[in-house]
Design a protein around this ligand. Structure first.
Ligand code: FAD
Length: 578
């Protein structure tokens, strides 16, 4: 390990927030002698990016609470030299120096390093369209952005949020809390496009219920201005949505210019290429966080995962490696994420069915609807889980969840299973904590895994909620009241045979025809499927997630369609009062 004249290794870190601050602190804890310098071009280090939206709406009242650590704390606790308002503008790999500019004075200087850790993050994308740089158009990445938006809110009555990803929706919610009229514009046909449609739809309906207007499926073409100030967002179909305040939340691009100009490799996804030690091709330069491309677990390919958890953890690994010469290998990324939108929460880990299809990966999925704890214990909240897995092996590929309380726990259990390469059979076997205020004897995780296991065993072949049912014999086993309240979407030919009558009315059905059974959420139809299969019906399927998920998947949005997650069903097992 090279050292300076004092005998200390010199570790330079570019970027002082999630990945950079973690790297610096870890390096110090493992190497007391190193000289550690963090250069941060903004005025703050170690602030809570993820908390910024909540300050805008007043949920977080104390701005200072977002400043998790200060340069002074880093100096006193860690003897780390943090220099804010200092931008690293170039890396000289041969000389092993970085060129730094003090943004306050304009003074430039070279700083030598033995190890260099890049955590420069990502920049919000500003599409090259007319008006995007006008006054009144904002992005949200740092404290300064947040302050600008906060200052603009009192003067605004109408806001347009462009981009219905998690940041866009968090901001939209906070704007509603501040009394603004809000429109969300999204290029994809549904909000939170990292989710499959039926899992995003309950969030969409929640947004509409909260008075947020949605413009989906066409993006925007310009921002109209008057006197350099944004006046309206123009949609590709020509309509204008008046706005005093526009937020661009259409994604981020990795900050790679420093690395690129230093000759470091940039991968096909636009992130810096690193190995499992978070090292670039130059063994003395590491890169972490939003600026890099990670190994994406479900596909084995490289992917950008601009999320805080992996940035912090890879920063820690790089800090350790730089400080000691070794560290555990960086794990694969699973892109586990979650968002709360008013009374709804939604999240995902690993592959969605849509992303699996795009990657050419053969995947299956089941849907279940359940309560976050025992139904009879007060306060049970409904959730839907979609479990995605590989045919044959049953290896878990991903999951999505939407609901209220408790979806975080289910996503985290599945993320854990993904990390360990587990299967749906492993999920069936998990011994999860249970008492009525916390869960169910058969947790929604178990129910999803049972459904997947049954599908794999051929006991319950599934069709997906958006399947074309026109060629199937469809049997709707709900009660007449349920059916008259909400007909099964796009299945006018469905036979309405309530489950208790099914055995007595088999004669109305053709056992030779491919048949799909449906109910409210897919549980009673599974029971019906088992009846038909044992009475000689050769080709029977369950509509995964039932009429409710079908309605969400087809986005009917017609009068009488459910506006919320359906009430869960239960099998009636004596050991499972839920
Ligand atoms: P950053 O934390 O962005 O830090 C990079 C720093 O490098 C910046 O401060 C930048 O000024 C500095 N820098 C860049 N170039 C230079 C240079 N040349 N010289 C000096 N300094 C430089 N993730 C989640 O998992 N969950 C969430 O709920 C969540 N919410 C979010 C909400 C918002 C509003 C935002 C903006 C992000 C959110 N994220 C969330 C994403 C998360 O914040 C990022 O993934 C994470 O901060 C990335 O860490 P990083 O170290 O790579 O980059």
């Amino acid at each position: 390990m090279s050292v300076d004249s004092t005998g200390s290794e010199r570790i330079i870190i570019v970027g002082g927030v999630a990945g950079g601050a973690s790297a610096a602190a870890r390096a110090r804890r493992l190497n007391e002698a190193a000289r550690i310098v963090v250069f941060e071009r903004d005025a703050y280090i170690s602030f809570a990016n993820c908390g910024l939206p909540y300050y805008l709406g007043g949920e977080i009242e104390d701005r200072a609470s977002l400043l998790v650590a200060s340069p002074q704390l880093f100096a006193e606790r860690f003897r780390i030299d943090v220099r804010v308002r200092h931008e690293v503008q170039a890396i000289d790999r041969a000389a092993k120096t970085v060129r730094v500019v003090d943004l306050e004075t304009g003074a430039a200087f070279d700083e030598p390093y033995d190890k260099l850790i890049l955590s420069p993050g990502a920049a919000p994308i500003r599409p090259a369209l007319p008006g995007v740089d006008a006054a009144g158009v904002f992005v949200l990445r740092n404290m300064e952005d947040m302050d600008h938006i906060a200052a603009a809110i009192p003067k605004a009555t109408r806001a347009v949020v462009i981009g219905a990803g998690y940041i866009g929706l968090e901001v939209a919610e906070q704007f509603r809390h501040r009394g603004l009229a809000v429109t969300v514009v999204e290029r994809e046909p549904w909000v939170l496009p990292f989710l499959d449609r039926e899992m995003a739809e309950p969030v969409q309906r929640e947004l509409e219920a909260q008075g947020i207007a949605l413009e989906l499926g066409q993006g925007f073409s310009a921002i109209d201005t008057e006197g350099e100030r944004a006046q309206a967002v123009v949609l590709p179909d020509g309509r204008r949505i008046p706005a005093d305040l526009v937020i661009l939340g259409v994604g981020v691009s990795a900050n790679v210019s420093l690395a690129r100009e230093a000759g470091l490799e940039i991968g096909a996804t636009g992130g810096i290429t690193v190995n499992a030690a978070m090292r670039t091709a130059d063994p003395d330069i590491y890169a972490v966080g939003d600026a890099v491309e990670y190994l994406f677990g479900p596909t084995g390919e490289r992917a950008r995962v601009p999320l805080a958890g992996i940035a912090n953890r890879t920063g820690r690994l790089a800090g350790q490696h730089a400080a000691t010469g070794s560290a555990p290998r960086a794990p694969a990324a699973w892109a586990t994420s979650i968002v709360r939108v008013f009374g709804r929460s939604a999240g995902a880990t690993g592959l969605s069915l849509r992303r699996a299809a795009a990657a050419g990966i053969d995947a299956r999925a089941v849907h279940v609807v359940g309560y976050h704890h025992a139904s009879y214990y007060p306060g049970a909240e409904i959730m839907a889980i979609k479990l995605v897995y590989a045919p044959g092996t049953g290896k878990v590929l991903g999951a999505q969840a939407v609901g209220g309380a408790g979806i975080d726990k289910r996503l985290d259990v599945i993320a854990t299973t993904l990390h360990f390469g587990g299967t749906v059979h492993d999920l069936v076997e998990l011994d999860l904590a249970y008492a009525p205020p916390f869960g169910s004897a058969k947790d929604p995780i178990h129910m999803a895994a049972f459904a997947a296991q049954n599908e794999l065993a051929g006991l319950s072949p599934q069709v997906q909620p958006d399947a074309d049912l026109s060629s199937y014999q469809v049997v709707d086993v709900r009660s007449p009241e349920e059916i008259s309240a909400t007909a099964l979407a796009e299945a006018p030919h469905a036979h309405a045979i309530p489950l208790p009558d099914l055995r007595d009315r088999l004669g109305e059905l053709d056992p030779a025809r491919p048949t799909v059974l449906s109910c409210r959420t897919g549980l009673r139809s599974y029971v019906g499927l088992r009846i038909l299969a044992q009475y000689g019906f050769a080709d029977v399927h369950n509509l995964s997630g039932g009429a409710a998920m079908r309605d969400f998947a087809l986005n009917r949005g017609v009068a009488g369609a459910p506006t919320d997650l359906p009430k869960p069903e239960h099998l009636g097992d004596p050991d499972d009062p839920d």
